[in-house]
Design a protein around this ligand. Structure first.
Ligand code: NAD
Length: 351
């Protein structure tokens, strides 16, 4: 066995119903007296509950998916104007992403309070868009100092978004098995993440007001993001990045649709990863395990439902081949990626 692995340093406070208390303790520990709260208008009520009585000097609510550069610039100005010493983000990946854009240029620490399963809070990856082009980068300044998980904050996330977002997390796990920096530590985290998400997502549907499923899903989503941050983007993430940028598709749903196709595409050439994924699902094969979960939770199946045009498939396939990791288990060609994308577009069975 031989590998190089870097573990990112971050505190995680996980306690359902305790976000406010956890945040208060964390701000105390950091000695923060001037917090900038970043939370979109839809998460206002949640964010006010979480920060009640805490030293927030400004609430910034201009959150836009994929962090347009002008939106980032305005948030940076607000941080400077109010001389903030910590950024508290309450929201999904878009909100965490804006906090990261401010931290990237200022070095101000972030305390992230996630309300989806996207996992951005556990990575040192930032992303911003300008003129419909998304740029991403890696910088340790954007890694939140602390993550505060509170499963009760997920109760308001609509069921279909819980499912899509949970499958986005599952995709981090699966892609970590063959991404460019895949290693045994990432794989161990990913396998436990798959187990927890496979348990948690059906429980969220079965018990709409319960916390157990959401706790499992959040725990799994964190492991997924840690594995992804270390392993890097594999074929699945490259495909979703291309599709999201080209056709402005919703992030979580795109991941949810594409994942079974990439799994079926890569597993024949990655038997060990396949066996480990299967064992995490408790199923005979990886593909069958994912299919059974998707059936139970009524997962999204077709990219055409989210606005991808059929005549964009060929252009997307060429871009995917350009972007695909060179050591992907299955050789990538315009032909086989066109077939994969067509199946994902129309919602056909993964092959
Ligand atoms: P999102 O943050 O855009 O949220 C999706 C929707 O859910 C929004 O309308 C939001 O208001 C709503 N919402 C969020 N939490 C809610 C709650 N608890 N109750 C009710 N509604 C709620 O979507 P996302 O999927 O969390 O994040 C996607 C973005 O994150 C993308 O831009 C993606 O590129 C980025 N991302 C980055 C990383 C990284 O490592 N840098 C990792 C994952 C995702």
């Amino acid at each position: 066995m031989r590998f190089d692995h870097e573990t990112l340093g971050q505190r995680v406070r996980f306690a359902s119903g305790q976000a406010r208390e956890s945040l208060a303790a964390e701000l105390d520990l950091l000695g923060s007296a001037r917090a900038m709260l970043i939370a979109g208008t839809e998460e206002r009520e949640l964010a006010e509950r979480v920060t009640a009585g805490l030293p927030v000097v400004v609430h910034h609510d201009e959150v836009v998916m994929h962090v347009p550069t002008d939106v980032a610039a305005r948030a940076r100005e607000v941080a400077t104007e109010h001389q903030v010493d910590v950024i508290v983000s309450v929201g999904g990946g878009s909100t965490t992403g804006l906090a990261k854009a401010v931290a990237l240029t200022s070095g101000i620490p972030i305390v992230a309070v996630p309300t989806t399963y996207a996992g951005s809070e556990a990575t040192n990856v930032w992303g911003m868009t300008e003129s419909a082009k998304k740029t991403t980068g890696v910088d340790d300044r954007v890694l939140p100092r602390t993550v505060i998980y509170d499963a009760s904050l997920m109760l308001s996330l609509p069921q279909h978004l819980s499912i899509a977002s949970g499958l986005n997390a599952l995709a981090h796990c699966v892609d970590s098995m063959w991404a460019p920096r895949a290693d045994p530590i990432n794989a161990a985290l990913a396998v436990e993440g798959i187990r927890a998400l496979n348990l948690g997502l059906p429980a969220i549907l079965d018990d709409p007001s319960g916390l157990d499923g959401r706790e499992q899903a959040l725990y799994g989503a964190y492991l997924a993001a840690v594995a992804f941050a270390s392993a890097g983007s594999g074929l699945h993430h490259k495909i979703c990045h291309v599709l999201g940028g080209m056709f402005d598709l919703p992030h979580a749903q795109t991941h949810a649709v594409v994942l079974p196709h990439v799994l079926a595409f890569n597993v024949p050439a990655a038997p060990e990863a396949g066996e480990r994924i299967a064992s995490a699902f408790g199923s005979a094969t990886a593909v069958a395990g994912l299919a059974a979960l998707r059936d139970r939770i009524d997962a999204p199946t077709a990219l055409r439902d989210y606005g991808m045009p059929e005549d964009g498939i060929e252009q997307a396939a060429r871009a995917v081949v350009e972007a695909a990791p060179k050591d992907n288990p299955t050789d990538v060609t315009v032909e086989n990626i066109t077939t994969l994308l067509h199946a994902a577009w129309e919602g056909a069975e993964p092959r």
